[in-house]
Design a protein around this ligand. Structure first.
Ligand SMILES: NC(=O)c1ccc[n+]([C@@H]2O[C@H](COP(=O)([O-])OP(=O)(O)OC[C@H]3O[C@@H](n4cnc5c(N)ncnc54)[C@H](O)[C@@H]3O)[C@@H](O)[C@H]2O)c1
Length: 591
């Protein structure tokens, strides 16, 4: 029989604590909610009221249930109010000295059988537990932000936590409607160890002015389907909390440079730009605590794409899935398309027809529309047939030498002023530009895969790309109903540069034996709201593709943290390439 928890305490009613109070009270548990001062207590109470009022307004909570929920919460200043609770969840700022002091106090105040839990994101639960005389009754109970919404709770057991305490806490998670994943005590646990390396890297890209804040966030929401962009998420988490988490993970997680806080985070914390809680972080909010972004000096103004050239005829070069999808997308949007495929007109036409039939264009795939789109495509087997196009999109997935040769040929064949675009995700665009005598007209158009599902296109400009060519590329993508972001020519551009190192980190975590494939996937889907876990995504993308991208990222940066995980390499060598091969990190039957 699992232990009954009828009355619990929550210490610290900030971003997380107020949400944790709501989780307990919503599920019929009485809560003693404790803060350090009357002012902080009033802020915590206001946060709970705002959240529950919002739930009522959205029809997710009945008015009477909200009132009952509030009646279960006893707001108090000072830890002494916790003398009679069954469990305490601590959610004070991420500082070891503070948490240790609070746990020592709780040990003195609480009943001997009370379980003490910390919501720490990165500090050692063991370091906190040994500040008490009951380390066997101390666990990590790591909720995710926003606590009432996110399903995951990481239950952290130390080497001294008693087994029945873990069982009782797991049963409590289930009662709260949460999925508890029990893991050992390691800096960042599962989700934060994977999330914060990515968030930190995103700040570095922004700090280096590689991409604007809006484009960076759009890259990850539109390009990867994440619920929030990294900078908006950091504003939600709080820059001070994020800084402390990164700092601890860096110091206690093997000094991995991916966790060394980007200098900008420190500067923002010092300047009081902590995110939503202070009304300003990467974005500006209408008031402290609000989620409503208001325009500020960095908000982009309407872009009228100056100097773009009209594009009616488009050449698409390549015979793979991307080339077929692109020919279909351009034709469906009304462009005349010349499709040049290595396997000749018949092979290319078949693939494009399939793409149109699958509704790749996101337009209504009615037969008349499909036939009209097909009629706009002419099929060719030689680049010489691209003499009168206005734009060429190369999607051959060749190596550098082959693609350079191809661009040199395009330069000879195409009329002056034509934009020559590559869809490469691994080759440096400047190499292709310099294979021509018109580097100003060469850029990357990286359509995020799968082309049918993702609406984002990264427009990759080199040091030689002209503003006219960039404007033309953006206008063409807008005509396809796609969102563009402009970024520099560096390995992985924005989306892949952020996505693949995170996937590689997940492989390293698996390799280290800290957690299994399912637990890691759950941590990211249920804890962070990702549409897919890292291993499900790797199996879908293909492990060979992931390895190639990761190698390119490592080659360019020489960052040890970006070196491909040996396990990824071994699986590729063994032919476990993912879903298409029937086996990757998981077995796939019925392909
Ligand atoms: N912010 C997130 O997204 C997030 C997510 C998961 C876990 N966490 C973890 O949760 C914990 C709290 O983080 P947060 O973001 O909610 O911080 P926060 O700064 O928003 O809130 C901390 C609260 O603790 C109160 N406090 C400070 N000293 C206290 C004391 N002696 N007694 C009672 N209350 C006291 C403060 O007044 C404040 O209201 C940290 O360990 C953090 O790592 C944060």
């Amino acid at each position: 029989m699992a232990r009954e928890f009828t009355r619990v305490g929550v210490v610290g009613l900030g971003t997380m604590g107020a949400g944790i109070v709501e989780v307990f009270a919503r599920n019929g548990v009485d809560v003693v909610a404790v803060e350090i001062s009357p002012d902080a207590l009033a802020r915590g109470r206001a946060t709970l009221t705002r959240s529950t009022d919002r739930a009522v307004a959205r029809g997710k909570l009945a008015g009477a249930d909200r009132d009952a929920l509030h009646a279960r919460v006893d707001f108090q200043v000072g830890l002494d109010a916790l003398h009679a609770v069954d469990l305490v969840v601590e959610a004070v700022p991420e500082r070891l000295d503070l948490k240790r002091r609070i746990f020592a106090e709780l040990d003195r105040i609480c009943r001997p059988d009370t379980i003490l839990a910390t919501n720490t994101s990165s500090l050692g639960v063991t370091d906190i537990a040994v500040a008490t005389g009951r380390p066997q009754q101390v666990v990590g109970l790591h909720f995710f932000n926003p606590a009432p919404v996110m399903k995951l709770v990481e239950v952290v057991r130390t080497v001294v936590t008693a087994a029945d305490v873990v069982d009782d806490v797991e049963a409590l998670c289930a009662r709260l409607g949460k999925v508890g994943v029990t893991i050992g005590d390691r800096a960042g646990f599962i989700a934060n160890a994977l999330l914060f390396g990515y968030l930190n890297q995103a700040v570095s890209l922004f700090e280096a002015r590689h991409v604007t804040r809006e484009d960076l966030d759009a890259a990850m929401t539109l390009g990867c389907g994440l619920p929030m962009g990294p900078l908006a998420l950091l504003d939600l988490i709080g820059l001070d909390t994020a800084y402390e988490i990164l700092n601890t993970m860096y110091r206690h997680g093997g000094r991995n440079r991916r966790h060394a806080p980007a200098p900008l985070i420190r500067q923002m914390v010092t300047a009081g730009l902590l995110g939503r809680k202070t009304g300003r972080g990467f974005y500006t909010y209408d008031k402290p605590g609000s989620a409503k972004v208001v325009p500020d000096g960095s908000t982009p103004t309407a872009d009228d794409a100056p100097g773009s050239t009209a594009v009616t005829r488009v050449g698409v070069v390549g015979s793979g899935t991307t080339a077929a999808d692109l020919a279909a997308v351009f034709a469906a949007a009304g462009h005349q398309v010349v499709a040049v495929g290595a396997d000749g007109p018949a092979g290319t036409a078949g693939a494009v027809r399939t793409a149109l039939d699958e509704g790749v264009t996101r337009d209504d795939p009615d037969p008349a529309g499909r036939d009209a789109a097909l009629a706009r495509i002419s099929w060719a087997d030689a680049l010489e047939q691209l003499t009168d196009v206005d734009l060429v999109v190369e999607a051959t997935a060749g190596d550098l030498d082959t693609t350079r040769t191809l661009f040199a040929r395009l330069d000879e064949v195409c009329k002056p002023g034509v934009v020559l675009a590559t869809t490469t995700s691994t080759l440096p665009v400047i190499e292709l530009a310099m294979a021509t005598r018109r580097p100003a007209d060469v850029l990357g158009l990286h359509f995020c895969a799968p082309v049918r599902a993702r609406t984002l296109v990264e427009v990759v400009t080199t040091v030689r790309t002209s503003t006219e060519a960039t404007a033309t590329a953006r206008a063409v993508c807008a005509a396809l109903g796609r969102t563009t972001l402009v970024c520099d020519d560096r390995a992985g551009f924005v989306v892949d540069a952020l996505l693949f190192p995170y996937l590689n980190d997940a492989v390293r975590m698996l390799e280290a034996g800290y957690a299994g494939v399912d637990d890691i996937d759950h941590a990211m889907t249920l804890g962070c709201g990702y549409p897919t876990g890292p291993f499900a995504l790797l199996d879908a993308i293909g492990l060979d593709v992931a390895l190639a991208v990761q190698r390119a990222l490592y080659r360019e940066s020489r960052e040890p943290g970006l070196a491909p995980a040996p396990l990824l390499h071994h699986l590729v060598t063994a032919g476990h390439l993912g879903r298409a091969a029937g086996r990757g990190f998981r077995e796939h039957t019925g392909r």
